[in-house]
Design a protein around this ligand. Structure first.
Ligand code: FAQ
Length: 315
């Protein structure tokens, strides 16, 4: 009887998804749907927060006041994205503190890209152009995700990411049109970030264990490979427009498919980075752990204030 009930509930749930009706926090949902969303959304939140680190490192070294103000605003936006996403994850019953502890213990994943260092000012342009560009390609599809709070958070996030992508491209355009040394800096940044940006979309579809179910539940609308191809098709002409060369000898427009062909991705490198062995994994998690320790007095003071106010009200 109970098995029958759960089969019926699952069928009704899938019918809703098929009819494009959003799933809201108090609606019935299969445990596996809830778990998948908590996994993806918390990883996404962690990515936004860890993603602040490579860029924040350059705020004090921005070459002028305008660049500094823009970078500061961008990094603050990423913090805001992390907060929306942690809140959206809480609507599924996840405990925020436990989620963050998983990041700090090294248990939780976050995007592979943020384990690469930003070694020159041009890397700040490459991060905006390529990393935010790849993030938008993925997140525009997530605006149509079946889970309401995630889909709605994505709408605002995408608007801000568009500004980030443009500021990165504008920064690299300026360098590419500058002195030969500046152009070289821009080219080197593209060389460093191109392949890691392509890896952001995750493993190839036939190696992606979560994709089939996530597509059925309309959490994902486009596959990892489709999004990656769309990103390449959109980005290569942008590189050409500013006179930079994409570091792939096999990159070629294919008239028959209407897409660019490209070289195979180095998945060994990807799995090494995801497994904790990238150039900056340890540094990134240590920085977040330290930030939590340093903020302890603020949390304690806020709690003491809240308790005092509550006891005054009840007196
Ligand atoms: N890095 O079966 P799939 C940003 C893992 S936000 C690390 O294909 P799925 C903004 C995956 O978790 C960037 N791990 O997985 C910004 C899974 O492991 P699990 C973040 C990765 O979930 C810009 C395993 O591999 N965006 O950049 C990665 O169906 C600038 C098998 O993979 C999001 O998180 C990776 N790149 O598809 C901030 C978007 N790829 O969990 C600051 C939301 C895969 O089973 C500065 N997430 N893995 O142990 C998604 O759309 C999906 O989760 C994918 C992966 C597409 C990332």
């Amino acid at each position: 009887m109970r098995v029958l009930e759960s089969v019926e509930l699952e069928q009704k749930f899938q019918d809703k998804i098929d009819k494009e009706i959003k799933i809201e926090p108090n609606d019935w949902m299969p445990d596996a749907y809830r778990k998948t969303l908590i996994r993806q959304m918390s990883q996404h939140a962690h990515s936004e927060v860890v993603g602040m680190l490579p860029e924040a490192n350059w705020i004090t070294r921005a070459p002028n006041l305008r660049r500094k103000a823009v970078l500061l605003a961008k990094v603050q936006d990423e913090a805001g994205h992390g907060l929306y996403l942690y809140s959206a994850t809480e609507t599924l019953g996840a405990d925020r503190e436990a989620t963050i502890d998983d990041l700090h213990s090294g248990k939780a994943k976050y995007s592979s890209i943020f384990n690469y260092p930003a070694v020159s000012w041009a890397d700040i342009g490459a991060i905006g152009w390529l990393v935010d560009g790849a993030a938008i390609m993925n997140q525009v599809a997530l605006c149509r995700c079946s889970y309401g709070p995630y889909a709605r958070a994505m709408v605002k996030i995408c608007k801000e990411e568009s500004f980030h992508q443009r500021q990165g491209y504008e920064l690299l355009t300026t360098l590419a049109n500058g002195s030969p040394e500046q152009k070289q800096l821009a080219q080197e940044a593209l060389n460093r970030f191109w392949w890691p940006a392509l890896m952001m979309f995750g493993p190839n579809d036939d190696e992606s264990p979560n994709s089939a179910q996530s597509m059925k539940w309309k959490i994902k609308r486009l596959s990892n490979d489709e999004l990656r191809q769309n990103f390449i098709d959109a980005t290569v002409p942008q590189a050409e427009l500013i006179g930079l060369k994409v570091p792939d000898p096999n990159l070629k427009w294919n008239e028959e498919t209407g897409h660019y062909d490209f070289s195979p991705i180095n998945w060994d490198e990807f799995w090494q980075v995801v497994g904790g062995n990238g150039p900056c994994n340890k540094q990134r998690v240590d920085a977040r752990r330290k930030a939590k320790e340093n903020g302890l007095w603020v949390r304690e003071a806020a709690m003491a204030f809240a308790e005092k106010r509550a006891s005054r009200k009840s007196a």
